[in-house]
Design a protein around this ligand. Structure first.
Ligand SMILES: [Zn+2]
Length: 322
């Protein structure tokens, strides 16, 4: 209960405090610069140490227009950030992004959030709250500390011990029940406990590698590229049919970050529109936390329907780099 109250209090202070506009226009603090993508400190981090992966400044790259080269660059940047974090002892993290399909020109930003080594539901809920309602801006001092500590950890190595998690995604029977599309190196599953916004569509998919990979650190570049290419095609399908206006994507590495299945999977959740009012935002938080399993019959119906819709994907997917 106290967790919920402290969340409510922090959200209200965020919502009603008059924010200075120029804070959002501060120059970005770059942690890792690449040719195409870069890692920066977000102006309003939802947790301490959060990192945003964005296209190089002056480039505008909406998610649906990203090329294989853009995916490669962001994959590489994320891996570099994860490597630095590992040397700092931060081995658990969440990666998330959202895409508003009605704002076609919106730049694509991936948020990487480090987690402490202890799993805490309160913390998970607090982060969920801040991703939906927004977070406070970071002080210049904290920004500088984060930059210095990141630079200091750019070399060296570390060993990671992880809790072994159950792995249903190497079980052929589970794949048979949930698979809606087979790619070359990845497949798309329908989630049996989907985020259902109450519109009865519950478009919640999981993109998983066919080969066993425990988490993002182990995922091969080729698998990531195909996963992203398929995700864009999947989103386009549901955008064109008018069933999706907003997309939420996230994956977790490590039990403390909320990973419960020991086989990497990226969640793709398509909902009718971006939550705008307080009620809609609260509804999204509630639906994300409360996700009952669908019945076996409903699961079979939805898997059959989506398999039919997504058959078309194969012809369009091109993820091999030149
Ligand atoms: Zn597996």
């Amino acid at each position: 209960m106290t967790a919920i109250f402290s969340c409510v209090a922090s959200a209200f202070s965020c919502c009603f405090k008059k924010q200075k506009v120029d804070e959002d226009e501060m120059p970005q603090t770059v942690l890792q610069a690449g040719q195409i993508a870069q890692a920066v400190i977000p102006n309003r981090p939802v947790t301490e140490g959060a990192v945003s992966v964005v296209p190089l400044s002056e480039r505008n790259v909406p998610f649906l227009q990203m090329t294989t080269e853009d995916d490669m660059a962001s994959h590489q940047t994320m891996k570099q950030v994860a490597q630095v974090w590992r040397r700092q002892g931060k081995v658990n993290y969440l990666v998330y992004s959202t895409v508003n399909l009605e704002k076609a020109e919106q730049n694509y930003t991936l948020e990487m959030l480090p987690f402490s080594n202890q799993h805490s539901f309160k913390r998970e809920l607090s982060l969920l709250w801040k991703t939906v309602f927004g977070a406070k801006s970071i002080t210049a001092q904290k920004r500088e500390q984060q930059q210095l500590s990141f630079a200091a950890s750019s070399t060296g190595s570390s060993i990671v011990r992880r809790e072994v998690l159950p792995d249903p995604f190497c079980d052929p029977e589970r794949i048979r029940l949930q698979s809606v599309f087979e790619g070359e190196t990845v497949r798309i599953l329908y989630n049996y406990a989907p985020i259902d916004m109450g519109d009865k569509k519950a478009l919640h998919f999981l993109v998983i590698p066919k080969e066993h990979r425990t988490n993002f650190d182990e995922l091969k570049q080729e698998e990531y590229l195909e996963a992203q290419a398929l995700t864009r095609q999947l989103i386009l399908q549901f955008k064109q049919s008018g069933d999706a206006g907003f997309v939420i994507m996230y994956h977790k590495t490590g039990r403390p970050a909320g990973q419960t299945v020991g086989h990497w999977h990226n969640h793709i959740v398509l909902i009718p529109k971006e939550p705008d009012t307080i009620c809609e935002k609260l509804n999204l938080i509630f639906r994300t936390v409360y996700r009952p399993k669908v019945s076996a019959k409903l699961l079979a119906e939805r898997v059959a329907a989506h398999s039919k819709t997504l058959k078309i994907l194969k012809e369009h997917v091109d993820y091999k780099s030149a």
